[in-house]
Design a protein around this ligand. Structure first.
Ligand SMILES: CC(=O)N[C@@H](CCC[C@H](N)C(=O)O)C(=O)O
Length: 374
């Protein structure tokens, strides 16, 4: 097999958006077809893939899940293997996550464990969310694992460090799209128009009070508007404006509360500015809740590995639709240190590639510990 570092470069060159991971799927299938096939069962699902490695004497199935999609970001890493797809980039580490899965799969294809392993290559993590429909698919119901593991790269930790905690690791998320429609007109005659740039600006400012005034200070939430569009030209009053954002909370209850407040403020804007408003919550992800016993066992196991530094971290406001797998299957996710100054979703994100082999070595040990009975 090609060195893992080269595989990661190949995958890095071809980022694709959610449910459009056609080249990525083809690349993965071609590579997997070069692995020892005797113990493998390969199934495609939409642009994703399930690969079962049949165990020698299986009593259970242990799953490893990786995401597959990239982000709509124009890459600025300066890599010689930079994205070949204009405006798209693997800026959240899914190229590394997939490479780690391939490293594990090639190893266990040749040397199966007593138990079955299931590799889940999941599309559309960044949106609209592949985990829930994949989990609900007939295929998954047939292959259903007893335990599941996943990792996410962490720019802030050195290579060799993993960070994890029992219970809540990632937040509940909801996308947020708000459309405002008023009345356009000549910039010199504001009194004949109904300006949606002004209405949208008020709404953005008002929404800042939700976290500071409606959420218990000892709880936490995020309301971020990441994109505003509106209007057509500098001397035309904008008839339409659109806000695009995301909501993050540490409990499903707080998510309901934040949404209620947004709805009340949006209704206020539509009365106050005499405009039409529409709210769309896009895709919603369930919190990532690590099952305590398996997480503790994994942490204890990892601490015994000489090359691994284990940190007990705090929960983060990032989201992950992997939470939907954890809703039904006991398991956990952990952060993998990749030591880079630029954060997730940044156009200059350059994870240290040694982290790949580090994760593969750790997970070979861990799956062998969990899936062999001698
Ligand atoms: C790990 C990570 O960065 N995940 C994404 C998940 C996207 C959630 C959804 N599309 C949203 O924007 O709310 C994140 O942004 O946390």
């Amino acid at each position: 097999m090609k060195p893992l570092i080269e595989i990661r470069k190949d995958l890095h060159r071809i980022p694709e958006l959610g449910f459009q991971e056609f080249k990525t799927q083809r690349y993965l299938l071609e590579l997997i077809s070069t692995f020892h096939q005797g113990n493998l069962e390969v199934h495609t699902w939409e642009t994703g893939i399930f690969v079962k490695v049949k165990g020698k004497n299986p009593e259970k199935t242990i799953a490893y899940r990786t995401d597959m999609d990239g982000l709509p970001i124009t890459e600025e890493t300066g890599y010689e293997f930079t994205s070949m797809h204009d405006g798209l980039m693997h800026a959240c580490g899914h190229d590394l996550h997939m490479t780690i899965a391939l490293g594990l799969l090639s190893r266990f294809a040749e040397n199966p464990l007593d138990d079955n392993l299931l590799f889940i290559f999941q599309p559309a993590e960044e949106g609209p969310g592949g985990a829930l429909p994949m989990r609900e698919s007939e295929l998954f119901q047939k292959l259903k694992p007893d335990q599941i593991t996943a990792l996410h790269i962490a720019p802030e930790y050195p290579v060799g460090t993993i960070a994890v905690k029992e219970g809540l690791l990632f937040a509940n998320t909801s996308e947020l799209f708000i459309d405002l429609v008023g009345k356009g007109g000549h910039a010199a005659y504001p009194h004949f128009s109904n300006d949606m740039v002004v209405a949208a600006s008020h709404l953005v400012t008002q929404m800042q009070s939700i976290v500071s005034r409606n959420i218990d200070p000892l709880d936490s939430a995020v309301v971020t508007i990441g994109k505003i569009t509106g209007g057509t030209k500098q001397n035309i009053i904008a008839e339409k404006a659109r806000l695009e954002g995301t909501i993050r909370t540490l409990s499903p209850e707080a998510m309901v509360k934040v949404k209620k407040r947004i709805e009340a403020l949006v209704e206020g804007i539509s009365h106050g500015f005499d405009c039409e408003t529409m709210i769309d919550y896009g895709s919603n992800y369930r919190q990532v809740d690590n099952e305590p016993d398996l997480t503790r066992e994994f942490m204890e196991f990892a601490k015994q590995q000489e090359t691994v530094n284990v940190i007990e971290c705090k929960e983060a406001m990032t989201g992950e639709d992997y939470g939907y797998f954890l809703e039904k299957i006991p398991g956990f996710m952990f952060w993998l240190g990749v030591d880079t100054p630029f954060g997730l979703h940044h156009s200059k994100l350059k994870p240290q590639e040694e982290a790949i082999q580090h994760a593969v070595d750790l997970l070979i040990q861990y799956f062998t510990f969990k899936g062999n009975r001698n």
